[in-house]
Design a protein around this ligand. Structure first.
Ligand SMILES: [Zn+2]
Ligand SMILES: [Zn+2]
Length: 155
């Protein structure tokens, strides 16, 4: 994902996902734990904003998801509704452990590391995913499919 969008937006370009209480940067299409928001705005978008200003901008009643909460969430979160303002892309899921990735080679690696004796083609399939956090919190979640979504199961 290209994080170096040279745009200088006038507002904070943030949204809050009401379902997960996650802050999303609409320019970068990525979610941010609340501790990262000020740094992200400064480093990526040249915007100076304190934690309190961000909370006011988003009209937060409670704190949005923190690093600690994200760490817990990403351990248990495999399939769910899409996070708002983050693109849904084509991915692959592993049916043995629910891990999801983007790219066949990444899944090949996953199988050679985690499921050596299983056939990748048999135990993985196409699905819709979102990259929800980056850096050390990097995580793809599988997006619950709507009825009209067409998914190729075979390769
Ligand atoms: Zn951003
Ligand atoms: Zn797996």
């Amino acid at each position: 994902m290209d994080m170096d969008t040279p745009e200088q937006p006038v507002d904070m370009r943030l949204s809050i996902d009401p379902l997960y209480n996650i802050i999303v940067c609409k320019d970068c299409c990525i979610s941010l734990p609340s501790e990262w928001v000020s740094t992200h705005l400064r480093d990526r978008h040249g915007i100076t904003a304190t934690h309190g200003q961000v909370a006011r901008f988003l009209s937060l009643e409670n704190d949005a998801m923190t690093v600690e909460q994200v760490e817990e969430w990403r351990k248990i979160m495999w399939v769910g509704k899409a996070v708002e303002n983050i693109p849904v892309i084509k991915g692959i899921r592993c049916n043995l452990c629910q891990h999801s990735v983007v790219g066949k080679n990444v899944m090949k690696n996953h199988f050679s590391k985690q499921h050596k004796n299983f056939k990748r083609k048999r135990y993985s399939e196409a699905c819709k995913v979102q990259l929800v956090f980056y850096g050390r919190l990097h995580k793809y979640i599988q997006v619950e499919e709507e009825e009209d979504m067409e998914i190729d199961i075979d390769e």
